[in-house]
Design a protein. Structure first.
Length: 429
């Protein structure tokens, strides 16, 4: 399967802000222009129409709005009072009562709104990294599904070839029976492998339909796959860069890269809790009349909460503990990704070795043996049982090659997912 680095769209540096823009007007629009589907088109469809990615994009926009709200200053308050209202004379009593109108403004002297905005922006960045992780997951899922369709197509092709060869042997034996060269029992016996081959072909076709549905499901339309086949035959199988050059790229994985934003958010939260222990004074100013003409006066005041008991000490300590937790989570994330990368790389190396062995040794030998035995059968040197045995052996080896190739590209997708980089871009040294 050819590399499609630009289509993979994996994370490399920071959060892709443009990809976070949710779109609704393109939902349902197909990029498939024919009955065949290439990997770049499959990935573009998944990234554009996957419902999970669209939900993450809306969450990022919600976090942006939250950051806007967090940076706003509190609103002033307007209060009005009337005291000593006498009964029995509504209008005159109100005009002669003591009246006051005051405007109160909280004074944020400690930069609390800015720090609240810092916390909200850090949470927005975390949502962005969550989106990047989901985008990489969807890309890998679509790539694996595409590989599954390729493998299913190859298995269908192999079973059709097996049916063709089985029919050829059956027709040859039938002609020999008609000529009186072999017993009619031999014709009956050759019908069994032919029926088995047709059953395997039917199963392979059903598996192909399931694989097509799985691929279409990555962009939210499993009920009607808009393609008949995928293009991009297996090969070439490239040699792997050494693990020593692959392992440092694990830092690009969103689960690892997001930890820096996680620590930043925890530090911003601690800074906010520290300033929250200081009281917020409220200054009031207004107009007041004491009941008679000429008794108006300007009134001013200040209210200051006294932090005698609640100095926000519990919340500050909690923020400190959570900061330490995020530091440990950063180490844990790197260990988990490194462990998974080492395991996936070794599985990829084993699959690569298997593919090379099958292609260079096992498959050529099986083909050569089948060709020789079939030719010898036509010349009367071998019986049909030898032909059927060689035929089954060749089919099993070819099926093993497809399975090994599928495993190779599946594990390759796993490694690229963990390093968020196509292996073709990793230097050999």
């Amino acid at each position: 399967m050819p590399d499609n680095d630009s289509a993979r769209g994996v994370v490399s540096e920071g959060v892709n802000r443009e990809a976070l823009r949710p779109t609704t007007e393109t939902a349902g629009r197909s990029l498939v222009s024919s009955d065949t589907l290439a990997l770049p088109d499959a990935l573009a469809l998944a990234l554009q129409e996957n419902p999970r990615l669209q939900s993450f994009a809306w969450e990022v926009r919600a976090r942006e709005a939250q950051a806007l709200q967090a940076g706003l200053y509190p609103n002033p308050t307007l209060s009005a009072e009337a005291e000593d209202l006498p009964t029995g004379e509504p209008l005159g009593g109100f005009l002669g009562a003591e009246q006051s109108v005051r405007l109160g403004i909280p004074l944020e002297l400690w930069g609390r709104p800015w720090k609240q905005r810092d916390v909200a922006e850090a949470e927005r960045d975390l949502a962005g990294w969550d989106y990047e992780a989901a985008r990489l997951d969807v890309t890998t899922q679509a790539t694996k599904a595409f590989i599954g369709v390729l493998a299913a197509q190859e298995r269908v092709r192999l079973t059709e070839e097996l049916v063709r060869l089985s029919e050829e042997v059956y027709q040859t034996v039938s002609r020999q029976v008609e000529a009186g060269e072999v017993s009619p029992v031999e014709q009956t016996r050759t019908r069994v492998p032919l029926s088995e081959a047709r059953i395997q072909r039917s199963r392979a076709r059903q598996s192909l339909e399931s694989a097509r549905t799985t691929l279409a499901g990555t962009w939210g339309r499993p009920e009607a796959p808009p393609f008949e086949a995928v293009t991009g035959p297996f090969g070439p199988v490239r040699a792997l860069p050494p693990l020593s050059t692959v392992r440092p790229l694990a830092a690009r994985n969103p689960q690892v890269a997001r930890q820096a934003a996680n620590i930043q958010q925890a530090e911003a939260q601690l800074s906010l809790e520290k300033v929250s222990r200081y009281p917020v004074p409220e200054v009031t100013a207004g107009w007041q009349r004491f009941g008679g003409p000429g008794t108006e006066a300007f009134a001013a005041g200040i209210a200051l909460p006294l932090p005698l008991f609640d100095r926000n000490q519990g919340a500050t300590q909690r923020a400190r503990y959570r900061l330490q937790r995020t530091i440990q989570e950063q180490r844990d994330a790197r260990v988990r990704v490194d462990t998974a990368l080492t395991r996936s790389y070794r599985q990829l190396a084993a699959a690569y070795s298997e593919v090379q062995t099958i292609r260079k040794e096992t498959l050529p030998a099986a083909r050569s043996a089948f060709t020789a035995i079939r030719q010898g059968y036509r010349e009367g040197k071998f019986g049909y049982l030898e032909v059927l045995d060689a035929q089954r052996t060749l089919f099993d080896v070819q099926r093993q090659e497809v399975r090994a190739l599928s495993t190779y590209y599946q594990r390759r997708a796993d490694v690229e997912h963990l390093i968020a980089t196509p292996l073709a871009k990793v230097p050999d040294e």
